[in-house]
Structure formats: C-alpha cells, structure tokens
Design a protein around this ligand. Structure first.
Ligand SMILES: [Zn+2]
Length: 140
C-alpha cells in the first residue's frame, strides 16, 4: 500500500501510478547554478589569506538566486511537457522508504540545495502540495 500521494499542481487531484510525476526544470537549475556562481564570484574576497572567504551584507543576501521549485503534474496537466526535466514518476515515490532513497540520491547532486526539496518534505505532514500522506496511511 502506498504511504504517500503525489498531488497535481494543476488540477489538485492525486497522480496515480504512471499518470504523472514530480519534476524539476533542468534549464532553471542551470540558470540558478550560473547565477549562484556569479554571486559567489562577486562576494568572494580575492586578497584574503583564507581561500574562498566571502564578504557580503544582509542586503546582498536578497540578491541571492531563488530556489527552483519542484512541480507535480499529470502528463495531461503538465503545462511544460517538453521541458528539459528531471522527473520522478509518481509511483516510484509513494512509500516512505522510496522518499528517503530519493532524498539520499538527490543529496548527491550539487544542485539540490538550490531547489525547494526541503519544502516538499515539510509539506508531506502538513498535507500541502506535491507529496502528501495517502488516505489509507492517515487511518493507521
Ligand atoms: Zn492534474
């Protein structure tokens, strides 16, 4: 029995089996990585004895590139079907062990910290968007 359900961002209905996926736009990730590299370059001290030391003000942090959002869609609801996407089919992330495995796998990727995966995980118990507890699992 599935513990979790992927909820479509567009129609708000559960995504069953292979009907859809959780996905993120690779082009957006690449753009953010570029912007982060540029931000780092601008705020790294070149004459510091500590290599890579940075200096920035609180205001500079507001310029820090925004996280890329994970999205959830049925194939048929996906507004960007031809996006260059990294996607996880809904029925491959519908149990707790699978969610942990995916999280561990994604943590190996340098770009995960520039996405809102943390909010995806936080939302599970709150019954918020993207991944929520499956109805059967709530009754336990
Ligand atoms: Zn949908």
């Amino acid at each position: 029995m599935p513990d979790l359900q992927v909820i479509c961002d567009a129609c708000r209905k559960p995504v069953q089996g292979a009907e859809g996926y959780l996905w993120i736009d690779n082009d957006q990730i690449n753009a953010v990585l570029k912007a982060v590299a540029e931000w780092d370059r601008q705020h790294t001290l070149t004459d510091s004895p500590r290599p890579g030391a940075k200096m920035f003000s609180v205001a500079d942090l507001f310029d820090y590139p925004e996280e890329v959002k994970w999205q959830a869609h049925h194939h048929t609801c996906d507004p960007k079907q031809d996006a260059n996407a990294y996607s996880i089919q809904a029925n491959r992330i519908d149990t707790w062990p699978e969610l942990l495995d995916w999280t561990a796998h994604l943590m190996e990727k340098g770009w995960l910290t520039h996405t809102d995966w943390d909010d995806v995980l936080r939302g599970v118990h709150g019954g918020q968007r993207r991944i929520v507890l499956a109805p059967t699992s709530k009754e336990k």
